[in-house]
Design a protein around this ligand. Sequence first.
Ligand code: WQD
Length: 344
Amino acid sequence: MKGKILVTGGTGYIGSHTVVELQNAGYDVVIIDNLSNSNIEVLDGIEKITGVRPVFVKGDCTDLATLTKLFEDNPGINGIINFAASKAVGESVQKPLLYYYNNLTTLINLLKLMPQYGTKGIVFSSSCTVYGEPDKNPVDETAPIKKATSPYGNTKQISEEIITDYINSGAPIKSIILRYFNPVGAHPSAEIGELPNGVPQNLIPYLTQTAIGIRKELSVFGDDYNTPDGSCIRDFINVVDLAKAHVTALARMLEDKSEEKLEIFNLGTGVGLSVLELINSFERATGVKVPHKIVGRRSGDIEKVWAEPKKANEVLGWKATTSIDDTMRSAWNWQLKLRERGIM
Ligand code: WQD
C-alpha cells in the first residue's frame, strides 16, 4: 500500500469521489465524517466502485478528543485531505458563528495533531470564492484575494492564512491548497454523486431535480449581467477530474516531488460557461428539457469567474479532461439512479 490517508468529510460530494481515486491509486483510506450533510450509504457506493470499504469513523472534527482517538486507533496516517466544512454561502450569512467555529476549529485541530503523529502533508479544500469578483479572467493564483462576500468565503481565506502562518512558524508539515472553481457531475458508475440535504442551493442538483420533475422549474438568477447572454459565467469542473487532482497533490507532498512546503493551485478547466449555456449543454447531452425561467439576481453572486489552469497543468501535472457534455450525462445518470433506488 502507498500509505494511509485521513479524509475528513469523506462521505460528502467531493470527499467520496476523492476516496475512490485514492483507493484506485493504492492508498489506505480512513474517513471521519459527522454525517451532517451526507449519508452513511455513501460507503456502500464507494465499496461498489472500488471493492474496498474505507475505515469509517463517525465523528466531529471540531472535537480534539475524537480526532486524537482516531489517530491513536489508526496509526501511521501519512497525509490528510480536509473536506470537512460547512459550505453553503447563503447559510453562512445567517449562521456565521457556526461557520467560523466548524471550519476553523476543524483545521486547527488537524494541524495541531499532525506533528504529534508524524503526518507529513495536508491537502486543503479551498475555493475560487477567495478571489471574489476577479478584476480579470481567466484567474491565476497571483490574482488578488478580495474581501470575502460571505462568512463561508472568509473561512476559506482565514484557513489559508492559518496554514501559511503555521508552516512559516516552522511546523514540520507540508500543505497544498487547492482552489476549486465549480465542481459538477457524478462518478460514471452513478454509484456516488451530489446529494444535498433539502432544497439544493447550487445549480446542478437543482437542474437535475427539475429535469426529473421533483422541482417545477429552474430559476436562472439574472440575465442582465455584462456577459454574452446576460447570465453568470462559471468554470464547471468535473468532480472526478477534481478528485484526481487531490491524489496528484498528495503524492507530490508525500513523495517530496517539490521543495516547497506550501503550494497553491487553481483547479478549473480554463473554460467559462454561462448558466444558460450549461442548461443547453445538459439538454443537448441528455435529450431532456429543463423547464426554466429568468428571475432576479441572487445577492452575492459573482458575475464571471473562470480559471487559468496553467500552473496546475504544468507544475502539478494535472489537467481536467472530461467534456461538459459527458459531465452533464453523469449528473443525469446519477439523478436517474436516485429515482431507481426510490431515494428521490
Ligand atoms: C452557480 C451559478 C448562480 C442555482 C458556490 C460557492 C463555491 C462552491 C460552489 C462550495 C450562479 C446560478 C444557481 C440556481 C441559478 N461552494 N444559479 N439558479 O455560487 O458559483 O459557487 O458554490 O464548494 O465556493 O461560492 O455555485 O451552483 O450556487 O451557482 O441560476 O438555482 O448558477 O446564480 O451564477 P456558486 P452555484
